[in-house]
Ligand binder design. Structure first.
Ligand code: ZN
Length: 215
């Protein structure tokens, strides 16, 4: 065996081992696909031909999926031997979007992304439980919260109303705003004050009290 081929062999072996060690969920998630929407317009109705295929792939009750689609598409409709019949002319792309939204909301685990989940009721809240990773989340009308407060930036030279929540080791008052901790000398815990920011570094800021807070 030449040195080159030995290296090659080692490399292949490493690669194989790396593949074997890949968590199953990554591979499985890649494989999970909602069937392509197969629909057509017939007169004043739209027929979703592979409705039951879609419902069984995502492992949810057909009635639940239908109800969701009707609400989201804003139309009436019914199941007819494995097909869904919607009133009105609806593009398959639109149907596909709604199905994807359904899957995102009611099927995919937000921890590991796998579809091996169940809907269970706990204290009148519907929870999506993942059999693959044990993850769970409530199913709510809204998407996961977007963090808005933390993206709020504070700027040098600006003045903010702040509450001194604590006193730091050096005796300076400490206030919080979003991701920032602001140090303000000469203040007391519980004081609500106006602070002018002198300096910002990372998530730390240093300010001067310029007056009483507005409340
Ligand atoms: Zn999971």
């Amino acid at each position: 065996m030449t040195e080159g081929s030995k290296e090659q062999y080692d490399y292949d072996a490493l690669l194989n081992r790396a593949r074997d060690n890949l968590p199953d969920e990554i591979a499985d998630h890649d494989r999970f696909k909602v069937p392509e929407i197969d629909s057509f317009v017939e007169g004043n109705t739209t027929i979703l031909r592979n409705f039951s295929d879609v419902a069984s792939t995502i492992n949810r009750e057909p009635e639940k999926l239908l109800k969701y689609l009707l609400r989201e598409l804003g139309t009436a409709g019914e199941l007819e031997s494995g097909r869904a019949v919607f009133k009105g002319k609806i593009g398959s792309r639109k149907i596909g979007e709604k199905v994807n939204n359904f899957v995102e909301k009611y099927v995919l685990c937000s921890e590991c992304g796998r579809p091996d989940t169940r809907l269970v009721k706990e204290d009148r809240i519907t929870i999506l439980r993942c059999d693959a990773c044990g993850g769970h989340r409530p199913v709510t009308g809204k998407k996961r919260k977007v963090r808005t407060v933390e993206s709020e930036e504070i700027k040098e030279g600006e003045t903010y109303d702040l509450l001194i929540q604590d006193i730091g080791k050096e005796g300076d008052g400490m206030a919080k705003k979003g991701k920032y901790t602001i140090y303000v000398p000469g203040t007391a815990k519980g004081e609500r004050i106006k602070v002018r920011i002198n300096h910002v570094t990372g998530t730390l800021a240093f300010g001067t009290m310029v007056g009483k807070g507005s409340n």
